[in-house]
Design a protein around this ligand. Sequence first.
Ligand SMILES: C[S@@+](CC[C@H](N)C(=O)[O-])C[C@H]1O[C@@H](n2cnc3c(N)ncnc32)[C@H](O)[C@@H]1O
Length: 270
Amino acid sequence: MQLSKIYNEDCLITMANMEDEFVDFVITSPPYDDIRNYNGYNFEFEKITRQLFRVIKKGGVMVWVVADATVDGSETGTSFRQALFFKEIGFRLHDTMIYYKNNPMPQTGNRYHQHFEYMFVLSKGSPKTFNPITEPTKYHGLANMKNRGQNGSLDYEKVERTKEKKIGNVFCYSVGGGISTKDKIAYGHPAIFPEKLVIDQINTWTNEEDLVYDPFMGSGTTAKIAHILNRKWIGSEISEQYIEIANKRLDIYTANMLQFKINPAELFDL
Ligand SMILES: C[S@@+](CC[C@H](N)C(=O)[O-])C[C@H]1O[C@@H](n2cnc3c(N)ncnc32)[C@H](O)[C@@H]1O
């Protein structure tokens, strides 16, 4: 299969051409609950996720970013149903992470503002790569630490706390025009990832040269970031209009890099 390419087709077709255990990592945000109308395309959740399980390598990880619509006064619960289905077909629900939006669209009505989406971290067996993001510790020395045991028990162990510690599993990002990305063209798509979210997840679960796949590529965020981080990548996007945006975005980015001789890593403080 050709890499560094977004296939303009249903992701089921792209994956049908992939051999088993082909990709190291998937990060994606599916078209969920018709919250937005992506040119009328919908997706076959169960078929697609079974294919994703097949094409992900043993030890590979998928980050599935999703939220619920509210229908007839109730959240649909689709996200939870999807998470449980992933377990049924063999994935581990390795972690339920939160994508917290510092500045969500304010909402009227009798609910608090919707600040978050889920980032289900699904793995095929135990993740083969984990490069945790760290932050400085306030206190170091010996401390009691919790450890989630195999049988679900919580074990405590004395651990020497170092000067750096893993951050928590709530990742916070500012979002919106000019913030999620500086690429103006990307905003022709209604639901783009903040680039920083993709940077953090790719860095955590992959190493350089690993192959990253996004079955719902939209404006091309995953492709751009995978390229910057020296990962191989491949994608699918069913809408011709969005694939045009993604390809233009990648072209503009590459042209700027060449013209201004910028090291892409400097753009993101990597
Ligand atoms: C939530 S958006 C993804 C946005 C993307 N994360 C970004 O940063 O721009 C979901 C995308 O899935 C596409 N899509 C819907 N059904 C699809 C299918 N069966 N195969 C491939 N793409 C599909 C939609 O056109 C839409 O662009």
